[in-house]
Design a protein around this ligand. Structure first.
Ligand SMILES: Cc1cc2nc3c(=O)[nH]c(=O)nc-3n(C[C@H](O)[C@H](O)[C@H](O)COP(=O)(O)OP(=O)(O)OC[C@H]3O[C@@H](n4cnc5c(N)ncnc54)[C@H](O)[C@@H]3O)c2cc1C
Length: 362
């Protein structure tokens, strides 16, 4: 077996940290390059590693669900990501949701103090600069110079789509005379979600403002290709006046326990942290201009005086044509020293890079 002195990993996000940890735990030295805190993408805000830029939910934790089963398998393989997620879990029904600050702080701490991991705070602009085995784990918001270098290496344009994050409001600013706590089909005053009910009139006033609201300016000039699994709420609404009531504002199983009335639509809020001081508007990923988010989302009953601690934003996500460029181990077909690591979209944490050592390439 060939002796390897160390492996380079570019990017200390979810995939890069998981990869570094698994290698380091197997006594393989790692040089982990991260451009933060010197440079941050438009979506990254914190100086810590493994930052969740969007939803704090890692999807189902149930063994009867594919996402839950995959997390269980990762855990059996010694995953740092899944272990820490369980430690900093916040209530979210069957989903594994985390306190995003505690999650990234804990992972940063473990990675920074691992004897086999050397952290180098540097933006890698040219992939050719690093010799030896290199794992590219810079995610969908890879910096532009590196993206250009990747394009040159793979000999084709990268693909892209636009994706959005949902806003977060402060708990103290939600009107608790209107909001009620209940999971879908659950009992009154129990469950992990806060619900904001709408009657038909309220829904249509909100709907009409939503579809006509002003979008944030977009700096890129390419075609707006959206990801169906994370469609901005205003775009989804434009598909039909009742679309939202069969999607994120679905009222079934959420009858208002205070008056037993059936609602026309219900907005659900999920806690962002253990202390429940902040709530995420579930399914409200958006690309509206910030003042428009404040104006339109404050029309939701219970959010009239909401204080927004984070507004929703839309970003361009780049990706590669993996099935063409990579083999089944995420190794470049044309350059056996280069691997790509990325958490699986929407079910975060399926860091296939573990295969570097599992398949015995090292
Ligand atoms: C707006 C938005 C919303 C999203 N919503 C969801 C969602 O709801 N659910 C979901 O599962 N996924 C969502 N995603 C995708 C999400 O980003 C991934 O699930 C996850 O963060 C990807 O992990 P990663 O480790 O591949 O990349 P990241 O977590 O982005 O980590 C990449 C790291 O590489 C660093 N880096 C970048 N370029 C360089 C460079 N040249 N040199 C050195 N370091 C560099 C970055 O600073 C960052 O720390 C969303 C993404 C965006 C942008």
């Amino acid at each position: 077996m060939e002796k390897i002195d160390y492996i380079n990993i570019i990017g200390a996000g979810l995939a890069g940290c998981e990869c570094a940890y698994i290698l380091a735990q197997n006594n393989i030295k790692v040089k982990l390059y991260e451009m933060k805190p010197n440079k941050k993408s438009e979506a990254h805000k914190s100086n810590n590693f493994a930052e969740l830029v969007c939803s704090n939910s890692l999807k189902s934790d149930s063994l009867t669900n594919a996402c839950g089963l995959l997390k269980y398998e990762m855990s059996r393989l010694g995953s740092l990501f899944v272990d820490v997620a369980h430690k900093v879990q916040v209530p979210a029904g069957q989903a594994l949701a985390v306190d995003r600050d505690k999650f990234s702080k804990e992972i940063t701490n473990i990675i920074k103090n691992h004897k086999n991991i050397e952290i180098i705070e540097e933006e890698i602009k040219d992939i050719k600069k690093l010799g030896g085995i290199t794992v590219i784990a810079t995610g969908p918001l890879t910096s532009s110079d590196l993206l250009q270098s990747i394009k040159e290496m793979i000999g084709e344009e990268c693909l892209y789509f636009y994706d959005a994050a949902a806003p977060i409001v402060e708990a103290d600013s939600i009107d608790m005379n209107i909001a009620y706590q209940m999971d879908r089909y659950g009992e009154e005053n129990k469950g992990d979600y806060l619900n904001l009910p709408m009657n038909k009139e309220q829904y249509f006033s909100f709907y009409n403002e939503l579809i006509n609201a002003r979008q944030a300016d977009r700096h890129e000039f390419d075609k707006l290709i959206l990801f169906e699994g994370c469609m901005p709420i205003e775009e989804m609404a434009k598909r039909g006046e009742k679309t939202l009531t069969f999607g994120p504002l679905k009222p079934v199983g959420l009858d208002n326990p205070r008056n037993k009335e059936k609602n026309y639509a219900v907005v659900q809020l999920r806690a962002e942290n253990e202390d429940k001081t902040m709530y995420n508007l579930v399914g409200f990923q958006t690309s509206l201009a910030f003042p428009e988010q404040k104006r339109v989302f404050s029309m939701i009953p219970g959010l009239e005086n909401a204080i927004f601690s984070r507004y929703g934003v839309m970003h361009k996500n780049s990706y590669i044509n993996a099935s063409k460029i990579l083999d089944r181990n995420f190794n470049m077909k044309e350059n056996k020293n280069i691997y790509f690591a990325r958490t699986n979209f929407r079910s975060r944490g399926i860091c296939r890079i573990c295969c570097i050592w599992i398949n015995g390439s090292i």
